[in-house]
Design a protein around this ligand. Sequence first.
Ligand code: BTN
Length: 278
Amino acid sequence: MAERGTMPPSATRDSGGAFGAVFGDRLGTRWLGATNRVISQVGSTNDELARMAAAGAPHGTVLVADAQTAGRGRMGREWVSVAGQNIYLSLLLRPTWPPAAASLCSLAAAVGVAEGVRSVVGWSPRVKWPNDILSGQRKLAGILAEMSADRDRIRHIVIGVGINVNQIHFEEPLAHTATSLRIECRRSLNRDDVLTALLRGLEHWLDLLLMDRRGEVLEGWRSLADWLGSRVTVRTPQGALVGVAVEVDDDGALHVRDESGRDHRVLSGDVSLRFLGE
Ligand code: BTN
């Protein structure tokens, strides 16, 4: 991994200097973003970084875009990615764990994003399983972690983060479910300040995972999930499930107890927080 302090020759920019000029000594990360690329527009930063990974990009590479034309969310959804207002970033991990150990990546990233936000605005968003970042009931940021692996070896993991920073108008169907830092703070924010804080938060929490300190990651995530213990509806590929969200286990799976007292272990799905009126 790269040491702090030197701007590597692989740092590239094409965004005209307006956004993303955070890399280098002052960023304050040790390895995250030591190799980096800032671009004005791309289809999806996750797709582009996966291409860079296939071409040999190193662990910790960060790709930031000002806009995406084909931004992707979880479960095949679109991630609306307007120019000039928000942050769309992807980062590359090349861990040595077996594929099964990667399940906490997006939880660690969610805590890192929440911590980054807190350090800029002074309050912490909450996390919603598996990896949404909320302010109140509304979605502030989302995470899309994608792994390329053989049966017993991870080739790489790309973690994509989209965070609404200064956007104030959201089209349907997001008009009643999305928010931004600007809406929540009632002031516009400097995207480079937010990007810097996110990268520091992400490095800290991903480092814990890379050092196999999974317990601390789970503890950090659970401390931001104040809805655990409440009634939820979970939409899974197998159908909807209503019950009490009992816990998130050591592999990051959500346990829901239905009305008959049966425990369901959910690996993938969308949670509606009924106690918030969603
Ligand atoms: C979700 O909440 O559904 C996940 C959204 C992830 C969006 C980010 S934006 C940067 C990166 N590139 C993408 O195409 N998606 C992720």
